[in-house]
Design a binder for this molecule. Sequence first.
Ligand SMILES: NC(=O)c1ccc[n+]([C@@H]2O[C@H](COP(=O)([O-])OP(=O)(O)OC[C@H]3O[C@@H](n4cnc5c(N)ncnc54)[C@H](OP(=O)(O)O)[C@@H]3O)[C@@H](O)[C@H]2O)c1
Length: 179
Amino acid sequence: MEGVWCGMEECHRLGLARSIGVSNFSAAKMSRLLALAAVPPAVNQVEMNVGWRQEKVREACGERGVVVAAYSPLGAHGAHWGSDAVMNSGVLHDVAATRGKTIAQVALRWLYEQGVCFVARSFNEGRMKQNMDIFDWELSDQDKAMIAGVPQRRACRGDYFVSPDGPYKSLHDLWDGEI
Ligand SMILES: NC(=O)c1ccc[n+]([C@@H]2O[C@H](COP(=O)([O-])OP(=O)(O)OC[C@H]3O[C@@H](n4cnc5c(N)ncnc54)[C@H](OP(=O)(O)O)[C@@H]3O)[C@@H](O)[C@H]2O)c1
């Protein structure tokens, strides 16, 4: 971590990169990095959605002013490693029906209200517009209480990074227990 981050800091110093950041860092990895970094990361992009709230990572980043960017905000449904936990959520279905919004809009609005930024992917123009149309309404306290009950499960588990011969011998090692 130290060697790579020093190289990234050098890119920043030389003006080759305006900002430098990390992805998939647990709270523990973020603490390790912040202890050695001369230039702190601007952002940590992690899986985050109603089905994986990342409370520990958000706390660790928030304390040090590191922006959290949520990837797979819709649960990456359709991807081979993704999940239907967001787009097939009964809770989100009910909230969407009462608010007159789509499930995707409820999922994205929830992220926006958590104060994180997110990267939603769509190749469909209508869905891109729908995903942008979340800024002139808000979730009620009751909506938020319902969403707080959505079961939690990481979709991107990263089994392919685990090996008896590598630095991460188990998923527990890889995510520092955040699984
Ligand atoms: N740093 C990392 O390790 C990492 C890992 C994964 C992803 N990412 C980043 O995160 C971005 C987004 O995450 P993701 O692609 O994993 O998943 P996502 O944005 O949660 O889900 C994308 C899927 O949702 C569909 N979709 C989008 N808007 C919709 C809507 N309004 N209603 C219904 N379906 C909708 C898309 O289909 P259509 O195209 O047909 O609309 C696509 O199948 C990626 O582009 C990537 O840059 C980063």
